[in-house]
Design a protein around this ligand. Structure first.
Ligand code: ADP
Length: 391
């Protein structure tokens, strides 16, 4: 463009700038507009034929007052008046409807000896890009606010569930305790009364189990469950779990096979391991009407694998990935079992806390196998916790 000005004077430059649809101008070293195109003249409100005049005055009179915020441009013009030779690249929004946003660029151009030749001034309209940017920013602010609100609501819900479950657990424990006391005592209960007490105890313990599941899930989801590092005799813990389910095996007349020979002692959280196994064994009993439940353990490389297999109804392939999600029950209430759909989700989260993996294979009508793979040594980042009792 410089060569163009030198060689052909302003008329060719005028033609060149007139080819631009956005405002564009050439400013001389004296700070006077030398050539402006039609769009520039219109933007500054220059009447045709009027002398173009000093750039800083023209911009102040013709534009500054129309800007939403002209402080940056005003400061730049002030520096130019003081003799500064520096470029500017500003985004300027015009007030009014439609609101227009411009990118103003002012660039000093120098000759080969470093002498100032003049200034190129261009304005490109960026209204749409700015509009898009604004609406994206607004959307992401709105999404952020919605996410924060949802997080607050979830935290409030979890707090409520944890609180309510805890409050319900105490009276339910009392009910089952007193029922057991009545059953064991010589209170002279008639057979009908004894049956009623048994029913109360059974229903109360179902409720207690449900409430405990809600409480466990709320705690696990809040991420506040500590993990203890106990020396765990895996075989002994697995046998304890079988023993605690024994009455249920007997009630359903299911055979129990246990193969737990030669299992090592590992560093893990004993209570959590026990809870996972009780849950898996409980499900095996719940979803098996005849046949057997088998608990096997083996030392497999750097891990111990514990498998709970049953000869029950099995789980269709399309449900296998979803059963570890909270509140998911295959066939819902139609499977005729009391549950919340939380048992496996709790097992999965507990396994996660133990750095273990829980997997399932199953065939409908043949049975299921749930396998827990526990590391022999928890990884170094396995958060130790103060020796805990229950969680
Ligand atoms: P719940 O037993 O309370 O419904 P779980 O989270 O323990 O919830 O199990 C989720 C679903 O997975 C159950 O509803 C059941 O359909 C299925 N399931 C779990 N264990 C077994 C099993 N051993 N055999 C067949 N289905 C099972």
């Amino acid at each position: 463009m410089i060569e163009l000005v030198r060689a052909s004077g302003t008329s060719l430059l005028q033609a060149f700038l007139d080819g631009e649809t956005d405002p564009a101008a050439w400013v001389g070293v004296d700070g006077q507009y030398q050539v402006v195109n039609a769009a520039h003249a219109a933007m500054l409100g220059l009447p045709p034929g009027e002398a173009l005049g000093p750039r800083t005055d023209r911009l102040r009179c013709g534009l500054l007052g129309r800007l939403e915020c002209g402080a940056e441009l005003a400061a730049y013009l002030h520096r130019l008046d003081g003799g500064a030779v520096e470029p500017a690249d500003l985004e300027l929004a015009e007030r009014g409807t439609p609101r227009r946003v411009w990118r103003f660029r002012s660039t000093p151009l120098f000759g080969t000896d470093g002498e100032l030749l003049g200034w190129r001034e261009t304005w490109s309209e960026v209204t749409e890009a700015e509009h898009l940017r604004r609406s994206r920013a607004e959307q992401s602010a709105a999404a952020g606010a919605a996410r924060r609100k949802l997080d607050e609501q979830l935290a409030a819900r979890d707090h409520f569930v944890a609180r309510a479950s805890h409050e319900m657990r105490t009276p339910l424990t009392a009910i089952t305790g007193f029922c057991r006391m009545l059953e064991d005592s010589d209170a002279g209960l008639s057979p009908v009364q004894r049956q009623a007490v048994e029913k109360i105890a059974k229903n109360a313990s179902i409720l207690l189990q449900l409430v405990s599941n809600f409480l466990d899930m709320a705690r696990l989801e809040s991420g506040t469950v500590p993990v203890s590092r106990d020396l765990v005799d895996v075989g002994a813990v697995a046998r304890e779990a079988v023993d605690s389910i024994e009455p249920q095996f007997r009630e359903k007349k299911l055979a129990v096979e246990v193969e737990l020979n030669g299992l090592p002692t590992i560093v893990s959280d004993r209570l959590k391991l026990r809870q996972i196994l009780i849950n898996l064994l409980g499900n095996a009993v719940k979803y098996t009407e005849r046949g057997e439940v088998r608990l096997t353990g083996r030392h497999a490389g750097d891990a111990v694998e514990l498998s709970v297999s049953d000869t029950g109804q099995g789980i269709a392939a399309e449900h296998l990935t979803r059963i570890f999600e909270p509140y998911v029950q295959v066939d819902g209430e139609q499977n005729g079992q009391v549950g919340t759909g939380l048992g496996l989700a709790i097992c999965d989260k507990l396994a996660d806390r133990l750095k273990a993996r829980l997997a399932v294979t199953s065939r409908v009508g043949e049975g299921s196998t749930f396998t827990l793979r526990l590391p022999l040594e928890p990884p170094a980042d396995h958060a130790p916790a103060p020796a805990s009792g229950a969680y």
